[in-house]
Design a protein around this ligand. Sequence first.
Ligand code: SF4
Ligand code: SF4
Length: 392
Amino acid sequence: MLCKGDIKEMLSPVTLGSMRFPHRESALETVAACLKAGVSYVDCSPAYCHTSETENSEAWVGEALAGCRDAMLIAAKCSPGNGGLEIGEEYRPHKGFGVRSAAQLRQVMEQSRQRLGVDRFDCYHLWTVHNMAQVKEAYKPGGWMEEARRARAAGMFDHLGITTHADSATIIEFLKTGDFEMITLPYHLLDSTREEAVRWAGEHGIAVLAMNPLAGGLLSGEAESVEAVFGDMGIKSPVELALGFVLSAPGMTSALCGMTSAAQVAENTAAAAQPRWGGAERGEVLRRFKGMGADAGVGVCTGCGYCNPCPQGLDIPRILRSHNACYVLRLGERAVKGYREAAAWGEAYNASRCAACGVCEARCPNSLPVSEMMSRLSRLNTDGQAEPVVSP
Ligand code: SF4
Ligand code: SF4
């Protein structure tokens, strides 16, 4: 067993998220590669890759770590919610949702312990809580937090964490409880809006793991545009750009990557082994990133969210993340595919629903022509590629 102590010191720059394995073999290959590469932490959940009691990522990670349990920190988690913004009215133990009583938390912890085949975890997270109402639910007498404290005192795990998509101000409120040694939050080049929370956590000795550091896989593979703009800074690929940006954020501890192969482990750990950027280097990268937008004849959406709410119910920053990927970074086919998948998944992510009312444009501090950007993206709904707006 890795020892107790400061969790920040025990986390490697790249850590493993276990939500994306397409099958058992992928999990076994990826965990084996992580062990060789010195990746020190794996983040598990009852819901990830779950199709049955034996086919799920907890069981696969447990199999991969059989005989070498001590080589990685194991984090498990469950939620009083349902993955969204609501309290989880329905208790779904097999996926770890709606866990609202001490007895339910005991049951779900035991389920994870058995699936993983371990005596105990190293970390346990209050999972997917996005607002104060969900956190209050966890803190009610006889609820999630009371039992988590008891389990930790009994030796079931050492470090208590929280995972969230809340905004910076809400996250800081969560952390002010003083209960959490670690936080997992979304953070990447296309959405760095939680920078204040990352900094606050770092200043208060709390470990920060960046969820989605490669923007859901958008910032991967090769892109000539990235090498052309950042090559003289030693940044040759989207992964180097993405992980350099995440790991140089003041307060950041680790990039939690949902890797699925040995090749991805090799690429990500090599990129993370580069020296961390200083403030000047980071500023220069951001300046050039914004310059890419100007050179491309489009602006860069910084994801600040001041434009919300949209009368059509569109998640404007999320949609324009695809615009950044398609037209600023020019990541090609995979960026177009990422947009199309999101648009098909939910109406809030479909740019063709924009009514060009202009409400958001009046609120945008970057004066972005949002309706024009939506129109450009909506042309990708059915066919076509993200052609440059101006000739390169
Ligand atoms: S212009 Fe489009 S995206 Fe902006 S607020 Fe109006 S409908 Fe929403
Ligand atoms: S469109 Fe403008 S206001 Fe909205 S998230 Fe992007 S930069 Fe911020």
